[in-house]
Write a protein that binds this ligand. Structure first.
Ligand SMILES: [Zn+2]
Length: 138
């Protein structure tokens, strides 16, 4: 299983993480589930309504509208991303709880410091356990 993301999408996420620092940012991936691949076609930035450095909650109305719009163009919600300011891109206890609420989607976590991105990791939930998957950039 891997995550396919184009350079523009990656850039959107990185810039979002940097401009939100030291707060967490979050957003959505729309695209398609393929065989052993999750293909992202659109990255949508969301507002972190918590404005917190250690947690996020996407603006519910924005999420609802984005899903409706994507459905019209035949895309599904395939993933959720958020940043980890000043800490590694590991799945926190809170993250794994939230992953259970959105089964099937990929979670991309971006570790960010003041002026650059440290690492990006993608995870999926499989049999109640998180599993890291490869990120392929095109
Ligand atoms: Zn997290």
């Amino acid at each position: 299983m891997n995550l396919k993301l184009n350079r523009d999408g990656l850039k959107t996420i990185d810039e979002h993480a940097l401009k939100s620092f030291p707060r967490e940012c979050c957003g959505l991936f729309f695209g398609k589930f393929g065989e052993n691949v999750i293909e992202v076609e659109e990255v949508v930035e969301a507002d972190n309504v918590l404005g917190s450095p250690v947690a996020f909650e996407a603006d519910a109305e924005l999420v609802f509208k984005a899903i409706k719009r994507a459905e019209k163009s035949g895309l599904e919600l395939v993933g959720i991303y958020h940043s980890h300011p000043k800490i590694a891109a590991y799945v926190s206890a809170l993250d794994s709880e939230m992953m259970k609420l959105w089964p099937g989607v990929v979670w991309l976590i971006v570790s960010v410091v003041e002026d650059h991105i440290l690492e990006r990791k993608a995870h999926v939930l499989k049999n109640d356990k998180t599993e890291e998957i490869e990120i392929k950039t095109s």
